[in-house]
Design a protein around this ligand. Structure first.
Ligand SMILES: Nc1ncnc2c1ncn2[C@@H]1O[C@H](COP(=O)(O)OP(=O)(O)O)[C@@H](O)[C@H]1O
Ligand SMILES: [Mg+2]
Length: 281
């Protein structure tokens, strides 16, 4: 599988800031992977995402070194216009992403900016609306929608651009638990149906572990852990970096000595229920 994202020794310092926000950061992501990026507040997650979608260095000045390549092209040598066609980005607050009077026009916004031809635009907008299951919202005004619906509209606008890589910065932070779960299912479905690669900054690891191929933990601007969610969460270091280890995993660590073999590494409620159900039968 090809590499969709390569970050090599990235360093970035905001102007007037004494400390670097990102320090010697390395990461490689293959096409079709779902990577979750976690770490305490202020550790540099949003800054790192800005360096992937090109806001850094194109919009934010600062001290920049190292290399970020998306689909083989250097982000610093690409135009924002070119990057917009490869990297889709969802703001934390969908209000910042919604501009138009109807959902349909809003989903078309990015394509209109690129001057995509009418028929092609129609096709891509319809497809994105279908993928997100928001057909019934197409003629509504975005400002009258719920947070979960706005999030879907914003994501439809991102997908209409057919990005190879989608980066999401705490996408569930404004959503209730049920809508958050639906968003996670959506990520999983889009990866299957379209082969889209996702890099998702997320605190609610309980939600994401089901769909994530990898969990990357950042601390102080640099990468400290990188592996499958199971390897990272059952390692000894995860809790020390202040990430929220799922309750199921903590329960299992507590039970490991008497009821569950330490080689069984459970992450979800379903896995624990199945395991204990079997044991009791
Ligand atoms: N626009 C900015 N200007 C100056 N400093 C910033 C800016 N954005 C973030 N920082 C600083 O960079 C560091 C990393 O922040 P950020 O990337 O937002 O972390 P996270 O997303 O992990 O919470 C923090 O020290 C933060 O204060
Ligand atoms: Mg952030």
């Amino acid at each position: 599988m090809g590499r969709i994202l390569e970050i090599q020794r990235l360093n970035f310092r905001y102007p007037d800031s004494r400390k670097k926000a990102v320090v010697d950061f390395d990461l490689e992501v293959s096409e079709g992977e779902v990577v979750v990026l976690a770490g305490p507040s202020g550790c540099g997650k949003s800054t790192l995402l800005r360096a992937v979608n090109g806001l850094i260095p194109h919009m934010y000045t600062g001290e920049y070194s190292g290399e970020v390549k998306v689909a083989g092209s250097s982000v610093k040598d690409s135009s924002m216009r070119d990057l917009a066609q490869t990297v889709g980005f969802l703001f934390q607050n969908p209000e910042n992403q919604i501009f138009m009077f109807t959902v349909e026009r809003d989903v078309a916004f990015g394509l209109e900016n690129l001057g995509v031809e009418r028929e092609e635009m129609r096709r891509r907008v319809d497809e994105a609306i279908r993928l997100l299951g928001i057909e019934d919202l197409a003629q509504r005004a975005p400002h009258e929608l719920s947070d979960g619906q706005k999030q879907r509209v914003a994501l439809a606008g991102v997908l209409a651009m057919s990005p190879k890589l989608v980066i999401l910065d705490e996408p569930t932070s404004l959503l209730d638990p049920r809508t958050a779960m639906e968003l996670v299912d959506l990520v999983s479905r889009l990866r299957k149906e379209l082969g889209t690669t996702f890099v998702v900054v997320e605190h609610r690891l309980e939600l994401l572990v089901k769909v994530a191929d990898r969990l990357v933990v950042m601390s102080g601007g640099t990468k400290v852990l990188d592996g499958t969610p199971r390897d990272v969460l059952f390692g000894d270091e995860a809790e020390g970096y202040g990430i929220s280890v799922p309750a199921i995993t903590r329960v299992q660590k507590m039970l490991a000595k008497d009821r569950l073999a330490p080689t069984e590494r459970l992450l979800t409620a379903e896995e624990l229920a199945a395991r204990l159900g079997r044991g009791a039968a």
